[in-house]
Design a binder for this molecule. Sequence first.
Ligand SMILES: CC(C)(COP(=O)(O)OP(=O)(O)OC[C@H]1O[C@@H](n2cnc3c(N)ncnc32)[C@H](O)[C@@H]1OP(=O)(O)O)[C@@H](O)C(=O)NCCC(=O)NCCS
Length: 184
Amino acid sequence: MNTPEIATPRCTLRLLSPHNAALLHAYKTRNQDHLSPWEPSTAQQNGSLAEACDLAAHRAWQGFMNGTSVQFIAIEHGSQRMLAGCNFTNIVRDPLQACHLGYSVDLQHQGRGLMREVAQAGIDYMFHTVGLHRIMANHMPDNIRSERLLRALGFEREGYARAYLKIAGNWEDMVLNALINQQV
Ligand SMILES: CC(C)(COP(=O)(O)OP(=O)(O)OC[C@H]1O[C@@H](n2cnc3c(N)ncnc32)[C@H](O)[C@@H]1OP(=O)(O)O)[C@@H](O)C(=O)NCCC(=O)NCCS
């Protein structure tokens, strides 16, 4: 199986794997306060963030190998730091040909179009190389930055799900969105 490596103007997208779990750990450590209001926690109840990142990286690699997920980390040219994450999970083949998209960008690099650059590269790969038909992405109603990003990427609102995802201990409502690949 070919391992994707995708260059954008500012970053290289590489698969998250046990080999680069330390980059994920550094990113999550730097961005804990930035990410925790919007994302399910990476840390396990019993165990360190480093262990949780190792486990996430193992699972990401397994997911790529068995075709159920493609999880990218975006590494800055030059510094080699992880600046963003872009995860395509829950891949289902026939008859849906669909997956879910999750993403985040380093707080210091927010508001510069970097997430859009990375997400667009990931979407192109999922549509044109993996051959999926639909990518679904959900955000909390008050996550305006996430909503704007999805609109800029061409996602359309499809619905509203009550008590959909547990974030920071609470079942949160989510706005449901999707992007359709008209070519498959
Ligand atoms: C959601 C999130 C990824 C959005 O990141 P972002 O940096 O706002 O998204 P983009 O990369 O699209 O950047 C858009 C901004 O960059 C600006 N920008 C600057 N240069 C740009 C360029 N070359 N191209 C496009 N936009 C550019 C845009 O004008 C826009 O500015 P604004 O925020 O003032 O409106 C980010 O807020 C985040 O990580 N949040 C925490 C985690 C999270 O919420 N994850 C999603 C859960 S659903």
